[in-house]
Design a protein around this ligand. Structure first.
Ligand SMILES: *Cc1c(COP(=O)(O)O)cnc(C)c1O
Length: 395
């Protein structure tokens, strides 16, 4: 029997997903579809992947019982510390997996898109490690607002190419990366940074990120005596940190999934990235999913203060989870996220990424019991966002 929430043989989660790609990419996508499972299930791959996650990334990431936060919100709150990974976010889990895959496929050139720059940094990092050429596409606006990560990528030896179309953010960088891949189909592997894109990317990225929930199971068992929580909270851009945190609990319906989506200046302000709330069915970057579009199918330019959530679509797995009411979405504004970032910093001494801060805002509105076990996935650290925090809070 097939699990309710895993991908089917054609790459669909319910009615979402699939692989809508131009002719020029058919070969690359078919190659990935045919090989990703056999390669990633081989003993050699599994050994190399887990070794690098352990010794290079620093896994397992801790599951921290946040005592102060627990008292403040009257629940048992645990933090899954992906911010402590090498390079500062969950993105490295996926890039390690994909670079090993690219090597198996004999690819010499790596391209990637990036929003906040965390995926670009994680990609540039594994390319330095494996000595492969690396080109990262990044929206011109994001190059400005995430300058620290641009410098990191350059120091790592990557070329950062600005995307100048549309809102000059993540969607536009993704368009440029796809265009590049169409022009260099033979020698290039495209490392997509989230659970988006044509099949098999959403499933492949979710599997690489699933190490998060795999560790959570035994860490919760050790600390609570039960290997699953009542709630998991995560922010959602494309949805990779959430997918990783949910993965091993997908079929356990007693675990509730709460997603924080970027509501920007407010859902009705015309300046948001609240994809699942404002979105409808359509095709973006090779997959059928929920996206923000006009009545005649033009993509609506998204907005969020957080570059990593500033995307008009959402991964097909999440579209399905939301459609099936397996996951609940909470819209979180820029202001709420900024306040949550300061709150977490002052309460637990942890400065989160702006993206991550959105997930903490859910704590202000959700209902919990004193013995509810809540895990918040701390997708990344806030170093890259210090200029924004400094401006906003005037310190
Ligand atoms: C990229 C990023 C996100 C958003 O991407 P997902 O694929 O939705 O996880 C969230 N948090 C951080 C720290 C990021 O770097």
């Amino acid at each position: 029997m097939r699990d309710k929430y895993s991908v089917d043989d054609n790459g669909y989660y319910g009615k979402f997903g699939g692989a809508y790609v131009p002719e020029m990419l058919h070969h690359n996508i078919s190659e990935l579809q045919e090989k990703y499972l056999s390669i990633t299930h081989s003993n050699k791959f599994k050994k190399d992947f887990s070794q690098l996650l352990k010794d290079y990334v620093g896994r397992p990431s801790p599951l921290f019982f946040a005592n102060n936060l627990s008292q403040k919100y009257n629940a048992k709150i645990y933090l899954k510390r992906e911010d402590l990974n090498h390079t500062g976010s969950h993105k490295i889990n996926n890039t390690i997996g994909q670079i090993l895959l690219a090597k198996e496929l004999n690819k010499k050139r790596i391209i990637a898109e990036t929003g906040a720059g965390q995926h670009g940094v994680a990609t540039a990092t594994v390319c330095a490690l494996m000595d492969l050429e690396c080109i990262v596409y990044m929206g011109a606006i994001d190059i400005e607002r995430q300058a620290a990560n641009v410098s990191r990528m350059k120091m790592l030896g990557a070329e950062v190419r600005p995307a100048l179309s549309g809102s000059k953010t993540l969607k536009d960088a993704t368009n440029e990366a796809i265009r590049d891949w169409i022009n260099h189909p033979k020698d290039t592997h495209y490392i997509i940074g989230s659970v988006v894109g044509p099949h098999p990317y959403p499933d492949m990225v979710a599997r690489f990120q699933s190490v998060i929930s795999e560790e959570m199971q035994y860490q919760l068992e050790e600390q609570t005596g039960r290997n699953f929580p009542d709630f998991i909270l995560a922010c959602v851009g494309g949805g990779s940190n959430a997918a990783g945190a949910f993965f091993h609990f997908l079929e356990n319906e007693s675990v509730q999934f709460y997603l924080a989506e970027a509501a920007g200046k407010g859902i009705d302000s015309g300046h948001s990235a609240a994809t699942s709330i404002l979105g409808s069915e359509g095709i973006i970057h090779g997959a059928k999913t929920l996206l923000m579009q006009t009545d005649d199918g033009q993509i609506i330019e998204p907005y969020s203060i957080s570059a990593g959530l500033d995307y008009p679509g959402i991964g097909p797995l999440h579209a399905h989870l939301i459609d099936q009411k397996r996951a609940t979405v909470f819209p979180v504004t820029d202001t709420q996220a900024l306040n949550s970032a300061l709150m977490l910093t002052r309460t637990e001494g942890i400065i989160p990424a702006l993206e991550t801060a959105h997930a903490f805002s859910i704590l202000d509105v959700m209902d919990v019991e004193p013995d509810s076990v809540v895990v918040v996935n701390v997708s990344g650290r806030g170093d890259k966002d210090l200029p924004t925090y400094k401006n906003h809070f005037n310190f």
